[in-house]
Design a protein around this ligand. Sequence first.
Ligand SMILES: [Zn+2]
Length: 282
Amino acid sequence: MALTFLAVHAHPDDEASSTGGLYRVLANEGVRTVLVTCTNGEFGDAPGGIKPDADGHDADDVARIRETELDKAVEILGISRLIRLGYRDSGMMGWPQNNDPHSFWATPISDAADRLAAILMEERPQVVVTYNEHGFYGHPDHIQAHRITMAALSLIDYEPTLYFNAVPNSVMAIMRERWEREEREQREADEANGITRPEEPPGDPIEMGTPDDEIGAAIDVSSATDAKYDALAAHHSQVGESFWMKMTREEFGNAMGTEWFVRVTNPHGLNGIVTDIFAGYR
Ligand SMILES: [Zn+2]
């Protein structure tokens, strides 16, 4: 059986950060891989880390830059087909951009779901990946990607295996420790240089981690961490200063060798944690 994998992501760069290893591994196996990117990412940072509400941030410029970055990442990950739905980035929750009628958040779910359903019917992926109902971390475009995927799946004439990308709580705890340590070290370095930074406001209440016993797939992507690193690096305008890019390739490889998923639909009656995202199909 010809295998096809399809992921629905919110912004250019999400394909690399949450499924980059899986995409490359599947491409190496000869599986057809499809990426649906919902927005153009207008409200990411402009080059130089310029935030969307700062002077010098041109949303359309950012979208153009991210278009090129995404093309490069798609090539690195060996993705067979990229489909841009072309919605405008909605910005973070509560931003006025949420209300722009062209924003993804303001788009009626049924409109976008119809378009996605047509893609699913054409490609007929056996496995579909997107985010959980919290959009993994609460970004409106990620929540909307979840909603249109669920709606589209109810419109098609077969049931693929659906997974949500996830990070087990046990792993999230290690990552959080690393972030907190880096932040503390940065603050101490700043203080040593006479710079006082305000304490970060308390984090978003949405818990990003998933209880370990809810994980349904743990995919070994250790053979693809270099490609994942390169794909992330291709999104330079967004991740140039991120914690990922502060890691050496070796540290990155050690930290990023597994991608985890929660199984949502299960037409093959799988049990426990599978190590092949196409378990039940081959
Ligand atoms: Zn995103």
